[in-house]
Write a protein that binds this ligand. Structure first.
Ligand SMILES: Cc1ncc(COP(=O)(O)O)c(C=O)c1O
Length: 438
């Protein structure tokens, strides 16, 4: 069959995390992108208020990344990932480790945030076993946590819609989420209220017995469920309780990594060092899929035992450390460093917060929360129609040339870190106009 002659009827593609029927009735199709803008197939210019899906931190169509990818394909398109390597991936591991605090210095590569989470959870369980502590099999996540879509990730994640159809893995419990509208409304940066919620980990530990718990995983800032910024002192308390009982602490930095919060990683911003960090998205500027886990030295060392020819950790992906993703990542890290983009985000964060909080008082805006170059704007739901109002705002913004995210009745903005002040003004100006009409 002549493939080119097949009709493009939109029906065949089963779209991920998408209202397929609504989309196919009224498609939003991107044709190209450059810098801060997308261009649609019907010729409209759309300001990217979300860095794609929180990943295009250096802006679109960076020639340096394109050239690195092109050159890599022609030089070494693929190298087997098992029992084999290529020099660039070792360089990338070293450069990522150099971005991390303390002894977070060993990097395991995969292809997405979801895989990074599965990998970190498996490392946690295998680590305790390698140390002769095989009773530590439980994993603790948090309500309103998003850790991708693998069975481990949905199990430790705390989104009912992602979990309800699947039993998930056993031996999981959840911390309460950290958001409280009455106590935290209209916070800039870390809310003052809520550190005590970390103490719930003591209750959970007592319930299961601490000796059965392997690890605690949280997003330092919960992104996908609506920008939930950790209360002051909260992460410090989690760290202290993990230390007390020997739990590994995993930060899922798939969103917060690579400058999003105005620091390289959330661990830098909050001054709390986890035992593992999951990363993805911004590592390649979203150009080629890549994810990974950075583990502390003692975790890696615990695996390095047994016969020298034995595989120490039976885990990995055909595309772990793929040469093309590696090339994209190295070029991306060069841009971040050359343009000092993490500090750029930090420098813009007050301007960003002022612009976001200027929407306070508009109809149905019940909360605005900001940190770094992230804003969450929560709307009062339409009676009996949860998520409808925010979805309408999302659609109207897109029609008028602004891409934002919508989750439930919350809007999220997280632009590329190259955003200009005039573009921040344009984003919140347009969003404000749309909010007045919804
Ligand atoms: C914190 C977090 N973890 C994991 C994931 C999953 O990443 P991916 O979609 O690349 O599998 C995401 C995606 O948004 C995320 O925000």
């Amino acid at each position: 069959m002549d493939q080119a002659a097949l009709p493009n009827d939109l029906e065949t593609y089963w779209m991920p995390f998408t209202a397929n029927r609504q989309f196919k009735a009224d498609p939003r199709l991107m044709a190209s992108a450059e810098g801060m803008y997308y261009y649609t197939t019907d010729g409209r210019k759309v300001l990217d208020g979300t860095a794609g899906l929180w990943c295009v931190n250096a802006g679109h169509a960076r020639p340096e990344i394109a050239e690195a990818v092109h050159k890599q394909i022609l030089t070494l398109d693929y190298a087997p990932a098992f029992q084999m390597g290529h020099p660039a991936v070792f360089e990338l591991a070293s450069r990522l480790a150099a971005l991390m605090p303390g002894d977070l210095d060993h990097v395991f590569f995969c292809n997405s945030g979801s895989e990074a989470v599965e990998t970190a959870l498996k490392i946690a369980l295998a680590y305790h076993r390698a140390k002769g502590d095989a009773a530590r099999v439980r994993l603790i996540g948090r309500e309103r946590g998003y850790h991708g879509v693998g069975f481990g990730g949905i199990s430790v994640g705390g989104i009912a819609g992602n979990r309800k159809l699947y039993a998930g893995i056993s031996g999981v419990d959840h911390l309460p989420h950290t958001f409280n509208l009455a106590e935290q409304a209209f916070s800039r940066g870390q809310p003052a209220w809520g550190a005590h919620l970390a103490d719930e980990l003591e209750r959970i530990a007592a319930l299961h017995d601490p000796s059965t718990i392997a690890a605690v995983i949280v997003e330092p800032m919960a992104g996908s469920t609506g920008v939930l910024v950790p209360p002051k002192g909260y992460l410090e308390r989690l760290r202290a309780i993990c230390d007390k009982h020997g739990f590994l602490l995993i930060f899922d930095e798939v969103i917060t990594g690579f400058g999003r919060l105005g620091a390289g990683f959330a661990t830098d911003l909050f001054g709390v060092q986890p035992d593992m960090i999951c990363f993805a998205k911004g590592v390649t500027n979203g150009v080629v899929p890549m994810g990974g886990v950075v583990a502390r030295k003692h975790i890696y060392d615990a695996f390095m035992q047994g016969p020298e020819i034995a595989v120490e950790f039976a885990h990995g992906y055909t595309y772990s450390g793929h040469p093309v993703a590696t090339a994209a990542a190295l070029a991306t890290l060069d841009i971040y460093a050359r343009e000092d983009l993490f500090n750029r985000a930090k420098g813009l964060s007050d301007y960003w917060a002022d612009a976001a909080h200027s929407l306070k008082g508009l109809p149905n805006v019940i909360d605005i929360r900001t940190i770094g170059l992230v804003a969450g704007i929560e709307l009062a739901p339409l009676p009996g129609k949860p998520a409808q109002r925010a979805f309408d705002v999302y659609l109207k913004c897109f029609e008028r040339g602004l891409l934002i995210r919508q989750t439930g009745d919350i809007l999220a903005l997280s632009p590329p870190l190259i955003v200009e002040k005039s573009q921040i003004d344009a984003m919140f100006g347009l969003l404000g106009e749309v909010l007045k009409s919804c």
